[in-house]
Design a protein around this ligand. Structure first.
Ligand SMILES: Cc1cc2nc3c(=O)[nH]c(=O)nc-3n(C[C@H](O)[C@H](O)[C@H](O)COP(=O)(O)O)c2cc1C
Length: 522
């Protein structure tokens, strides 16, 4: 069997990234305790419940690296490979999650230890369910959608955003048929990440999860419904979205945006069975950072992919935490004329991305100060910004004006912070200190004797040196710094004085790049 959720918990324990809490805990404390812990938490004794609760497993981004056996900054590459070498899931009969099952009237979702997160949440929400659905035309789809506890066998499901599950549910609603779904809770982060990817309609994201692990995800046939689920999950709910439409109030909830979303109208889910392992661990995925750290590499993978189509040479891509790992991309490129704008056009085409900055490759795009510096020094707003109106949006963006009809759209903006073509390159010369890299502070500290320094030249020598400098400048224009290097045996004061002498006699002048040249050439 593939590595499972509990294998991942053991991996965290082995790396001292997991803290076991043995004292009884009230579920109302779980979120606040998880937020203050630098380790993932396993609450072994939630008061009033029979199952332990794990939370904060992916609260630190390095822990995602552990799960996928790759340093966090390289995960997007792993995901790209998984996209181009996806491995379709297989059906297996051996499914530990089928060890215990309640169905029909025995279903009682209130036995699940689902904690409350933020003070404004409408109710406890299941946050880590990989929801699998099937459409007669498009086949299998997987995604993660939160499920708000409502009744013993009813949850809400948040499919306000225009994603593929929403499409499946709309199609089922149009035909007045329920949409069967399965919800696997407590799966390996690889399976969560696969589901999280917004693939095009008709692509089964469990294939990406397989690609990530190098082996197919093992699904097992549904018991009370037609939709399979993840065989190694801790819990599974089987149920359906009745053909009622977006009519039930759902939310608010502390969202990936780090804000509390509003109350939405959403469909409900009618749960027909609850399956679990004999000793299951409930996973309370903690919002927002567990969601965010998984999201950035996925958008980065998508960004590398669209850029590959453009022919623009990209050197780095950063989906920033400040943009909630969903909305903002900064990309560095080796620019040919026009590439900045092409890169913006490509990156803004990615669903959800609403703000793009493209810089040259000399900018460290993982340092926000460098990016701001590029914007400050390379951008003219009327020339270098691109604004698109009425693009597809993530409706959870609170800056979008309320829509009176349908799903709201968004404006998107790109900033081309590459060095413009029509500006002389020397304007972008960075400060390099004279003798940078050639002297160290150590040379001037401690007991070692000071290096011998040449004496300042006398008047005769100065005349001779000034004549030599002038002859050099007749050959080639030189900066002051280059003149210093041209007279290594002369004191700094000598070089300053000889340049001053030539200035006073109006024999030399500066060109526009700051190089000295004979005055008669000017
Ligand atoms: C923890 C977590 C919770 C999520 N909750 C929701 C949600 O409630 N509603 C939603 O539309 N997307 C949610 N997402 C994002 C979707 O899973 C993601 O957009 C996915 O690609 C949608 O898949 P689909 O286009 O195949 O339907 C969540 C993601 C994570 C990681």
């Amino acid at each position: 069997m593939n590595a499972t959720f509990r294998d991942y918990i053991e991996l965290l324990r082995a790396h001292d990234e997991l803290l076991d809490i043995r004292k009884p805990v009230d579920l109302r404390d779980v979120a606040a305790l998880t937020a203050q812990s630098d380790r993932a938490l396993l609450f072994e004794n939630p008061v009033g419940y029979s199952f332990p609760v794990a939370s904060g497993l992916l609260q630190k981004r390095e822990r995602l690296g552990l799960a996928l056996d790759a340093p966090y900054p390289e995960i997007h590459q792993r995901f790209q490979q998984a996209m181009s070498h996806s491995i379709e899931p297989v059906l297996v009969e051996d499914a530990p999650v089928k060890e215990v099952m309640q169905q029909g009237d025995d279903v009682d979702l209130f036995q699940l230890p689902v904690p409350i997160f933020s003070t404004l949440d409408g109710a406890p929400m299941i946050t880590a369910a990989v929801v699998i659905s099937e459409d007669p035309e498009y086949g299998m789809n997987a995604g993660v959608y939160r499920l708000m506890l409502k009744e013993r066998n009813v949850t809400g499901i948040d499919i306000v955003t225009p994603n593929n599950l929403r499409k499946f549910a709309e199609r089922a609603l149009a035909e007045k048929r329920p949409l069967p779904i399965s919800m696997s809770i407590g799966v390996h982060p690889r399976e969560l990440m696969g589901a999280l990817f917004k693939a095009s309609l008709g692509t089964n994201e469990m294939g990406f999860a397989g690609g990530l692990g190098g082996r197919p995800v093992e699904l097992t046939p549904g018991v009370t419904g037609p939709v399979p689920f993840i065989a190694g999950a801790e819990f599974v709910l089987e149920g359906e979205i009745p053909p009622e439409g977006w009519v039930h109030p759902e939310g608010p909830f502390g969202e990936f945006s780090r804000l509390v979303g509003g109350t939405h109208r959403n469909p409900n889910v009618r749960v027909k069975s609850v399956l679990h392992r004999r000793d299951p661990i409930y996973y309370a995925l903690h919002m927002p950072w567990e969601n965010l750290w998984m999201s950035a590499p996925i958008y980065e993978a998508a960004a590398w992919r669209v850029m590959a189509e453009t022919g623009v040479r990209v050197t780095a891509i950063n989906v920033t935490p400040g943009g909630c790992c969903h909305w903002h991309i900064v990309a560095a490129i080796e620019k040919s004329p026009g590439d900045g704008k092409n890169a913006i056009a490509a990156l803004l085409s990615i669903a959800d991305i609403k703000y793009v900055v493209v810089t040259d490759s000399d900018i460290d795009i993982f340092d926000p100060q460098e990016v701001e510096w590029a914007i400050a020094t390379r951008v003219q707003a009327d020339r270098d910004t691109v604004i698109l109106s009425n693009a597809r949006s993530k409706p959870l963006d609170p800056s979008i004006p309320p829509s009176t009809h349908g799903v709201p759209t968004t404006a998107k903006m790109g900033i081309d912070a590459t060095i413009p073509e029509n500006v002389p390159r020397y304007r972008y010369n960075r400060i390099i200190y004279h003798n940078q890299g050639r002297v160290t502070l150590d040379d001037y500290l401690g007991e070692s004797p000071a290096a011998p320094r040449p004496a300042v030249a006398g008047d005769d020598d100065m005349e001779r040196l000034a004549a030599r400098a002038l002859a050099m400048l007749e050959e080639k224009r030189l900066t002051f710094s280059e003149l210093l290097d041209a007279f290594p045996d002369s004191a700094f004061a000598t070089v300053m004085a000889l340049v001053g002498r030539l200035n006073e006699r109006k024999r030399i002048t500066l060109d526009e790049e700051g190089k000295y040249m004979p005055a008669e050439d000017a």
